[in-house]
Design a protein. Structure first.
Ligand SMILES: Cc1cc2nc3c(=O)[nH]c(=O)nc-3n(C[C@H](O)[C@H](O)[C@H](O)COP(=O)(O)OP(=O)(O)OC[C@H]3O[C@@H](n4cnc5c(N)ncnc54)[C@H](O)[C@@H]3O)c2cc1C
Ligand SMILES: Cc1cc2nc3c(=O)[nH]c(=O)nc-3n(C[C@H](O)[C@H](O)[C@H](O)COP(=O)(O)OP(=O)(O)OC[C@H]3O[C@@H](n4cnc5c(N)ncnc54)[C@H](O)[C@@H]3O)c2cc1C
Ligand code: FES
Lengths: 106, 371, 378
């Protein structure tokens, strides 16, 4: 298939970019994600997960059931900040400034 | 908010679980993200058979309405337009209604989010006019919008042909059915008959889909060469995969079973996952047909009811035995491989956690292996 | 076919000179990768970089990635951070574009009482050359109009900024490889032994030998330390970060707990929980973080959250970096720290000096293991 074919439509990542990540040694969806952003879009890899894993399986010779799953993340659906904040128990706001003076955190 | 049993998903599986749980006297909350219940049944205008306890054919939408009626007559608290978005540190499920986000404290959860359509990539699959068969079906049956005039179906499973038939009934021309396997996947005589005038390209793939703003040209690669055709709609029917995100969030172990749709949670004969507070039902527990979908909902509910003391052990066992028998019968008849894969998944999980097989399952399971 | 390519690459590592390396670096996070890269610059040493996963599978792949200086205290720690931040522009010239941006940093405070400490901080940091302005509400809002009018003021410094952690680690590794560093990924180290002067590093894919080893295991530092019979004085502290959909660029500066990335996504987070190595997110913290985001920047209330991720900080028990030779085990070094993104250019440089010259341009006594009590050596 044409290497410029899109695999991850949310982040517009094509086959070539995924193959390059694999050439550089990546063997899992999450590792490819960190190299290319593939899977970080609004659908959170719901669409591209199987196609990407198929490419990994094809290139590395690993069977599909051994290609690991991406880490699935909350929130399951996009949610507004205000919706999330509503009903939360109290606010934990700390100024970074106040904290860092204590323990040198960043 | 607090309840005995929380059901996520108001498709046929979730509704059937909720109705069963309510009947036994448990307090039930049912959460669904849509503004109406029914799940994927809402656009299934075709007829389904066999259903549990009946050989009569029922229209998908009618079946859904029937369940909704039962549900609305029950004490189940229904939360429509509520989405499960995650879980809290104490494992309570968190839902949002778009205004606020809150926890629902429950003793047991039955999670039935259904399945998603698998993507299929080819050059041009992201341009407008290319969509899943399910999306096309939603457009014609729910939104009453025609997605195109000239369609190419990619995939030849039952579902692809069913959608092709429905599109045809709306006046859409089916230009081609493209299948990368050696033969048609569907063996449904009725559907095949309906498609008899449509060109079928076997061992073929879509070489490219192009168009300025919208799709207008499709090139199909066949063993005999490239075929170019004008089309403004491609429907991808590449099968379904179980929705696993809610289970992963709840810390349930997953396993890969190709015949069940890919990755899905492991579960035992009670449809309980590796997280004892989470049960599973419907297509999320393996892609299957509507009869088994309904039955898995009931079996899951009975497991939860028994553990919570709403049902005596003896009664639960008796009911479960009947339901499993029916599930085995229907699923073996409709898709033997699915049932075998389901049995393997369950057996594997029981072995892994060192849990004994109840007798009723030995029977159906043995049956699967012997024939 | 690429599989074969990988296997060949692997054979190359395996067949190298009876497996004897000058240095084996365990851990290819930002710290291990930086050490491997800086060591490779002279092209004089045979270096092997091992990771049980792929670079970025640890903490360096789930971080806020500020290159943050001005509020780090005591001032020697602030100075250290500043020295490292100042290396970034040079680093970029050598390894490529890591999207380092010295945006300037704003650390808001919410009440007048804190102004006193802010002024004290500015005074202290000035002694080591970190310039800090203490701003009042109007001045802050003029700089960053999206901030909440509820804040009382802020400290500001030009030295702070941020970097793309994915590019950073990727390019460290790429440059190191180009300089001849051997890499072995998806390969956990299971045990380390020393016989005579030579270390035996036992991995899933075979045994390697080296004259020196550097353990940069991030949150797994304790486990790696055990292989050398020592108890690393570090804790695991989880942090959860919310990520919004891409928004029009509207934040100019790096702000306490919040920054806007190049692609428009805003990253928000400031939680700390000691829950072991558990990288799950929880709605409890996500909700608090959302609350905090709105308190800082009210306009964010309309933004959509696309995802959330968690990282496990490796936090030395007193909060300050560890970089030392293991007592009683010559040639074995451990490095562990929080704020490794900020510090990696400097740490890589210092470690290289230590390994190749035996002395460093900055005195390392503050980073010693000795400062913790009860460390046992074999
Ligand atoms: C597009 C499509 C077309 C289909 N066509 C056919 C067909 O032609 N023939 C056939 O036999 N079968 C078909 N099926 C399968 C059939 O519809 C299913 O067997 C049946 O609907 C599955 O029932 P279910 O309850 O498991 O899932 P669903 O019916 O999918 O119901 C799941 C419900 O869960 C809700 N939900 C999911 N996630 C969340 C969440 N996080 N929070 C709140 N609610 C949530 C959804 O809104 C949905 O209402 C189709 C399935 C799909 C997806
Ligand atoms: C939420 C959060 C926000 C942060 N924000 C900032 C910030 O804004 N600025 C900043 O400077 N810092 C920040 N930090 C801290 C910074 O990310 C870390 O200090 C840094 O990433 C640590 O890098 P590392 O290389 O030590 O660890 P890691 O990146 O975890 O690397 C360790 C590597 O060792 C490997 N390993 C472990 N055990 C073995 C074994 N047995 N065999 C082989 N390989 C092994 C692992 O696979 C891993 O790749 C933040 C951290 C968190 C969690
Ligand atoms: S298609 Fe890859 S993230 Fe959506």
């Amino acid at each position: 298939m044409d290497k410029s074919t899109i695999v991850c439509r949310c982040e517009e990542i094509n086959i070539d970019e995924i193959e390059t990540a694999i050439k550089n040694g990546a063997e899992t969806f999450d590792d490819i994600k960190r190299l290319t952003r593939c899977g970080m879009g609004p659908c959170q890899s719901k669409t591209c997960f199987y196609p990407v894993n198929e490419i990994i399986a094809e290139y590395t010779g690993m069977p599909l059931n051994e290609v690991s799953l991406p880490r699935l993340r909350m929130p399951l659906k996009m949610v507004r900040m205000s919706t999330l904040a509503q009903d939360s128990e109290g606010s934990n706001v700390v100024s970074v400034f106040g904290e860092s003076v204590e323990d040198g955190e960043s | 908010m607090e309840t005995d049993i929380l059901v996520i998903g108001g498709g046929p599986a979730g509704m059937s679980a909720a109705i069963t749980a309510d009947r036994a006297g448990a307090r039930v909350i049912l959460v669904d993200e849509s503004f109406s219940l029914g799940g994927q049944l809402r656009q299934q205008t075709q007829h389904f058979a066999p259903l549990p306890g009946s050989e009569e054919k029922v229209r998908g939408t009618a079946l859904g309405n029937d369940l909704i009626k039962k549900l609305e007559a029950s004490k189940v608290k229904i939360l429509k337009k509520h989405i499960m978005i995650g879980s809290y540190r104490n494992e309570n499920i968190g839902v949002t209604d778009g205004e606020k986000t809150f926890a629902i404290q429950s003793q047991k959860n039955i999670i039935a989010p259904g399945a998603a359509e698998k993507a299929k990539i080819f050059p041009g699959w992201t341009i407008p006019g290319v969509m899943t068969a399910g999306a096309a079906q939603i457009l014609i049956n729910r939104e009453r919008v025609l997605p195109g005039k000239n369609a190419v179906m990619l995939g030849s499973n039952d579902y692809s042909l069913e959608v092709a038939r429905q599109l045809k009934a709306c006046g859409v021309t089916i230009k081609a059915i493209v299948e990368d396997k050696e033969q048609m996947i569907s063996s449904d005589m009725e559907l095949l008959h309906d498609m008899k005038n449509v060109p079928v390209y076997l061992n073929s793939t879509i070489e490219s889909a192009t168009g300025k703003e919208e799709l207008n040209k499709v090139v199909v690669k066949t063993p005999a060469g490239l075929y170019e055709m004008e089309a403004d709609l491609i429907c991808i029917a590449n099968g379904f995969d179980p929705i696993i995100e809610p289970f992963e969030i709840m810390g349930c172990n997953l396993a890969y079973h190709k015949e069940l749709g890919g990755w899905l949670p492991e579960y035992n004969v009670y449809f309980q996952t590796s997280n004892p507070s989470c049960y599973i039902a419907g297509n999320a527990a393996g892609i299957t047909t509507i009869g088994p979908v309904l039955l898995t909902g009931e079996i899951a509910a009975i497991g939860a009811l028994e553990e919570l003391g709403f049902m005596e052990q003896e009664e639960a066992e008796a009911q479960r035995k009947e339901l499993w028998k029916e599930l085995a019968e229907i699923e073996k008849r409709e898709n033997e491989k699915t049932f075998r894969a389901r049995s393997e998944l369950i057996e594997g999980f029981h072995q892994k956690i060192g849990m004994a097989f109840p007798e009723e399952f030995n029977m159906v399971n043995g049956g699967a292996h012997n024939g | 076919m690429w599989y074969r390519y990988l296997v060949n690459q692997w054979k190359m590592v395996n067949h190298k000179m009876d497996n004897l390396f000058d240095v084996i670096v365990v851990g290819s996070g930002v710290i291990g990768s930086s050490v491997a890269y800086h060591l490779s610059e002279s092209k004089k040493h045979e270096v092997l970089l091992i990771d049980k996963g792929f670079p970025l599978s640890g903490t360096s792949g789930s971080t806020q990635a500020w290159v943050w200086v001005h509020s780090k205290t005591p001032s020697w720690y602030g100075e250290l951070s500043m020295l490292s931040a100042e290396l970034y522009p040079f680093l970029e010239k050598k390894i490529g574009d890591v999207e380092y941006k010295r945006t300037g940093g704003i650390a808001p405070f919410f009440n007048e009482a804190e102004r006193e400490s802010a002024l004290r901080l500015a005074e202290k940091q000035a002694e080591v050359g970190i310039e800090i302005e203490v701003l009042n509400r109007e001045e802050v809002l003029e700089k960053e109009p999206s901030l909440s009018p509820e804040i009382a003021g802020a400290t500001f410094s030009k030295i702070d900024g941020n970097v793309n952690p994915f590019r950073l680690v990727e390019l460290y590794v790429k440059a190191a490889r180009k300089n001849g560093v051997h890499c072995s990924f998806y390969n956990p180290v299971n045990d380390i032994e020393k016989s005579g002067d030579i270390f035996q590093v036992k991995t899933q894919k075979g045994s390697f030998r080296s004259k020196k080893i550097v353990l940069a295991g991030g949150p797994w530092s304790k486990e790696l330390g055990k292989m050398l019979g020592m108890d690393m004085p570090v804790k695991q502290v989880r942090g959860q970060i919310l990520v919004t959909e891409p928004l029009q660029p509207f934040l100019k500066y790096t702000i306490g707990g919040i920054r806007q990335a190049d692609n428009g996504e805003v990253l928000i987070g400031y939680s700390k929980e000691e829950v072991g190595y558990d990288r799950r997110s929880t709605l409890d913290v996500m909700q608090q973080t959302a609350r905090m985001a709105i308190d800082f920047i009210p306009a964010l209330s309309k933004a959509n959250i696309v995802r959330c991720f968690s990282g496990i900080r490796v936090m030395p028990e007193d909060g300050f970096p560890i970089l030392d030779e293991v007592p009683g085990m010559e040639g074995a070094y451990v490095i562990a720290m929080h704020s490794g993104i900020t510090l990696s250019p400097l740490i890589g440089t210092l470690m290289t000096e230590l390994l190749t010259e035996g002395e460093t341009s900055i005195n390392l006594s503050r980073f010693s293991l000795e400062r913790f009590n009860g460390i046992q050596s074999r």
